[in-house]
Every structure is written in C-alpha cells, then in structure tokens.
Design a protein around this ligand. Sequence first.
Ligand code: NVA
Length: 230
Amino acid sequence: DVARNLELWMDAIVARTFGHESIELLAKASAVPVINGLSDHSHPCQAMADFLTLRETFDDFPHIKLAYVGDGNNTCHSLLEAAALSGCAMAVATPPGYEPDAGVVERAQAVARRTGAKLTIGNALGAALRGAHAVYTDTWASMGQEAEQTQRARDFAGYQVNEAWMARARPGARFLHCLPAHRGLEVSTGVIDAPISLVYQQAENRLHAQKAILAALILGNHKEHNRTQA
Ligand code: NVA
C-alpha cells in the first residue's frame, strides 16, 4: 500500500532503509522506479558518486587500483559492484570476520571476468594498499550497529587509514570516505584533512550522480509508459 500510494504522487521513490528487503518489496509493488538510497546491504548511489570522482581525478581511469580498508559493509559491496562494472582493480582488506558478503563477491567476480576488473578480498592491509591509486574507508560501525561500537573499535584497531599506511600505497595516492567520518578512528585527521583527500568532491558528486540517476530512470520510465499507452 505504501508503494501504491507513493506512485500516485511521485515519479520515483528514493528509499533509505535498514533492511534491504524493504526496498525490494517497494520495488516489486511500485510502478515508478525505486532507488536504493542506502540499505544494510548496499549503497549504490554513493558508489556512483565515488566512481564519478575517480573518473574525474585519474586520467588513466579505469586503469587504476582502489584499495578499500575496513568493514565489508554496504559501501564496500556497492564499490565492488562499481569496480567490477568499470573494469578497475579493487583490493579489499578487512579484519577477519568482517569480509564482504560472499554472494556479493561472487556476483561481482562474475561481472569482473567479463570487464577485466581484478577484485581481491583479504585481511592483509599492506597487500591491498600496494600499488593503490586511491584508498577508501568507511565507518567501523554502520547505522544500526551502535551497540557493537566498543567491540568493533577493538577489532578494527589496526585498520586505521593514517599517514603510515597511506605511505604503503602509490606515491600521491588519494583518500576517499563516504562520510560521516570519525577522525581518530577509521581515519586520521592528517589523512582526511590533507590535500590528497577527495571527500568533499565525493560529497559534491552525490548531487550530480543522483540527478543523473533520477533523470535516467524517470525519463526512461516515461518513455516506457508512453510506449505502453501507445
Ligand atoms: N556504512 C555506513 C554508510 C554511511 C553513509 C552506514 O551504513 O552507516
């Protein structure tokens, strides 16, 4: 009923939920496009803005390596999907037990085989950072995981992206974070507030990327609708 009401008033629905199944349910019931504005499973709008940022920053995109350090969470899942589609290399380093979902990785690897992307998942930070053009991290405790904060701070302690770890990436490597960031936890102030940081360019690109997603889906949907009417 929520979807059937909203579709009468809107051209599209952007849903930001905890449970991913709520978005899938809305999409099944709705005649207008449903966009995942963030779920506990994935964060595709963020990844679109991030890959726009990488494309703007690196002349040799997609021939770059992105290192993702930290939690194998919603953001990590969508970055893996975007890297697979773009043909980039992406190396994920998480603490043991915090790896990305095996199903997401398997599907991304299947796409990567087609595009030539190289995706690796592991726990070793040094290996992930070696040769990386860009280093990405996200909060250690996502929304809804506040009760796990203390345990996670312990488990992720060696995974802070700081000056010492950035020195293990390519010289001049750039830093990315979807924000909000916790300075002193997943990233040091010296990294996120340095000129190498792309976080505000990413934030600006949320606007441009999301406008593009809305335009593509709404215009596409109207065309589809007109075809059906005709
Ligand atoms: N992984 C984070 C992203 C915040 C934009 C969360 O889900 O809270």
